[in-house]
Design a protein. Structure first.
Length: 193
């Protein structure tokens, strides 16, 4: 590893366990007004879930389509569009951390992609707090860092109540409020000192 690569690696700041809030200059309809929970971020890239893009699929319907035996109904549960990558795959962000086959522990939360967590949810013995998405938002090495430098996102430490307790339409505003910012005060112009 060269000296410049070593210096760049030591300057790396992970955005894992943070929210990204799209700035008005974000040039993607998908992410406009979006708030993302960053699950993983390393010098190899990042993975996050878009928290405020509901699909028309309910948790109940998802469980039925997977032919799971349902003992507890979930009429109000919504399945979200987590991002444009692997939209045919489910991602379950949950608390508490369980003992599932394919979980990645994210502090007090876990991200699980195996069917066993959905089986527990169908049986009424799944995690207390659950966010289910199809697909995820992903960045290649250095891509998220460049987007941050280009003023595409604001970031703040994540607060679980925004993910699990806030109504969908209020999540963006609630995440910005963690920084003391109102959406109307944001500008699409980038500024650098």
């Amino acid at each position: 590893m060269s000296q410049s690569e070593s210096a760049a690696k030591s300057d790396f700041m992970s955005l894992a366990n943070q929210f990204l809030m799209a700035m008005p200059a974000q040039n993607s309809d998908l992410f406009e007004g979006g708030v993302i929970y960053v699950c993983e971020h390393s010098d190899q890239g990042a993975l996050g879930l878009l928290l405020n893009r509901p699909t028309d699929l309910s948790v109940q319907t998802l469980l039925e389509r997977l032919d799971l035996e349902i003992k507890e109904t979930h009429p109000d549960g919504t399945v979200f569009y987590g991002g444009p990558v692997q939209t045919d795959r489910g991602f379950v962000l949950h608390s508490p951390v369980g003992n599932y086959r394919s979980s990645v522990v994210l502090g007090d939360l876990a991200l699980t992609t195996s069917r066993d967590v959905l089986e527990d949810i169908a049986q009424g013995k799944g995690p207390e707090k659950v966010f289910i998405s199809l697909g995820y938002s992903g960045w290649n090495a250095g891509q998220l860092e460049q987007e941050m430098a280009d003023n595409a996102w604001l970031n703040v430490d994540a607060e679980w109540s925004v993910i699990f307790d806030k109504p969908i339409a209020e999540r963006y505003t609630a995440a910005l409020a963690l920084l003391g910012i109102e959406p109307s005060s944001l500008s699409g112009e980038a500024g650098h000192a």
